[in-house]
Design a protein around this ligand. Structure first.
Ligand code: RIB
Length: 275
């Protein structure tokens, strides 16, 4: 700060500022940052992650938080290690065990959706996925498929599309053709697109088809119909990540830390009993 006390600069890389999930994480870090801590956020596509890292390090970042997968991890690891810059991973880096991390119970989340749809009598259930699946989403999918298989079921169709509202919208044609009575859409962002696409086709949710999303972003309860989804405690994730990396800066030799949060099914209007 201006008085010359020790400033800490932390760089945070997320996939996009436009996704409400990451916007909430950013907000919670900002809200919880002590006054002597500066945060620099970058929204980065896969291609320029390396540049994003360099640019944050050049600006003097003393620690980094990654909300997206790190390509060439060995290289990045070495680059940061050499400069004594610790880093933490959250959300999309779920299978990395070699540093501080904040994760949620993705497998349970996927499983909760499957149990819910099964309990409503659905047997023809579609799965709509982003075409680039990150580790955490793989676990989400695994939990869903695992629980479906306990009822001797597999998805009627698996549709892949971009992780966006447009992707959701674009998957609707195939969804309708599959004659599924329910669909699990891997995140709310895509689920919102699916709801819009079904509305264009005059297909009623949940009377004709049930739709479940994932994240419980703040739009979920304002959609028509309101969206059944899995709540990730996104504000706590942001806060925990920030506290953990600050702790790391204060205690560089601590063993690696993990914070693990539970998720919760939020049942709203978009899912109902099979006809
Ligand atoms: O909306 C962003 C999605 O990508 C979330 O499901 C989150 O878990 C992330 O991986």
């Amino acid at each position: 700060n201006l008085k010359g006390t020790h400033n800490r600069l932390i760089g945070i890389i997320v996939p996009s500022f436009r996704m409400p999930f990451f916007a909430d994480i950013i907000q919670s870090m900002q809200d919880n940052a002590p006054t002597d801590v500066n945060l620099v956020f970058l929204g980065s596509t896969d291609d320029n992650l390396q540049n994003a890292i360099y640019s944050l390090v050049e600006r003097g970042a003393q620690a980094l938080i990654f909300g997206k997968p790190i390509p060439n991890r060995a290289e990045v690891n070495e680059f940061l290690k050499k400069r004594h810059i610790p880093y933490l991973v959250l959300d999309q880096n779920a299978d990395i065990n070699a540093q501080d991390m904040v994760q949620t119970n993705e497998f349970t989340g996927g499983s909760l959706v499957a149990s819910h749809l099964l309990s409503l009598g659905h047997r023809k259930i579609a799965l709509i996925l982003p075409n680039k699946l990150t580790d955490n989403m793989r676990q989400r999918r695994a939990g869903f498929l695992d629980t479906l298989s306990t009822a001797n079921l597999s998805p009627t169709t698996i549709i892949t599309a971009t992780l966006s509202k447009h992707g959701g919208l674009a998957s609707v044609h195939q969804l309708i053709q599959s004659e599924s009575t329910a669909a699990f859409v891997l995140n709310d962002e895509m689920a919102i697109g699916v709801l819009r696409g079904l509305a264009y086709q005059n297909i009623k949710v949940p009377a004709d088809i049930s739709i479940a999303g994932y994240d419980d972003t703040d739009y979920a309860e304002f959609m028509i119909p309101t969206l059944t989804t899995v709540m990730q405690p996104v504000l706590e994730i942001g806060k925990a990540a920030l506290n953990m990396i600050l702790r790391r800066l204060d205690h560089p030799n601590l063993p690696f830390q993990t914070a693990f949060f539970d998720v919760k099914l939020i049942v709203r209007e978009s899912t109902g009993s099979v006809k």
